[in-house]
Design a protein around this ligand. Sequence first.
Ligand SMILES: [Zn+2]
Length: 339
Amino acid sequence: MNNNILITLDYELFFGSKVGTLQNCILNPTNRLVKILDTYNAKATFFVDSGYLVKLEEFKSKFPLLEHEYQSITTQIRELDKNGHSIQLHIHPHWEDSTFDGKNWVMNTKRYRLHEFSESEIDSIVFRYKKVLTDIVGDKIFAHRAGGWCMQPFDKLKNAFKKHNVWLDSTVFENGMNQSQTHYFDFRNSPKKPKWHFENDPLVEEKNGFFREFPISAYKLSPLFFWKMIFFKKLGGDEHKSFGDGTAARGSTKDKLRMLTRFTNSVVSIDGYKSSFLQKAYNSFQKNKDNHNFIIIGHPKAMSEYSLKKLEKFIKKNNSSNFITVGELKDELYNNQKL
Ligand SMILES: [Zn+2]
């Protein structure tokens, strides 16, 4: 059986002091990416930060700029869907507390994790954030990636995702962890398997669980890699400059230090310099016969000329018909009736 390769993008602005422009963080880089995918007839999955869309809907009648943004982004999403890419759900609930001052988004990331909300608020968020996508592409939304990888503990979130029938998750990555207050996640105890069912905790396999986890592929990196990454970001010139024009929310110093001093696991990614190990990560993935789905993450805002080049090389080298979406993955599951 052929492997599946899934390119999955978190389609979003920045959440730091500068959120960046829709054009440079989302629309233009996505067009650049799609142009490459189209050349090889490869398909991708877009996890859309739909809290942004909910806010655009809320404010667009007051601000012509946002009306224009709403039209532009929904047009692109509709196009992506029409061309065989999959649109799915990415939740950053701090949009609930954010507002537009006539010129800029005023982001309030105090409640960055869904867990900061009550169960009934979580229910309403999952409902509205899914609906805003269903309204654009139809009843096709069943998969989710947690904003900032924050989905633990899951018991408070479970009912909402179940009720709104969001059953496929692709958030976990092997040995992933983040120790910052706002961003906490810890995947060190995840099943060392290519996929599993779960019910109350994404890290605990339950054979009859409602949810299915398809972890993002991970790859072990040496501290040297991160030193190089910093070097190229600062001194690599235009080729290494990311497309997005915003600033990222700050990570924890402890996590940064850990990466610069110890071996750590990273998601396999097409963001910036991380794209340099795409093929190496795929080669090592192929050695494990149980693995069937190679899941790559990326962010249009964090891609660069360099990373697009690396991605194109990767698609060229590997059979392009292997590049499928989570929509096709779902069809495959139903056809095989086994997971
Ligand atoms: Zn995100």
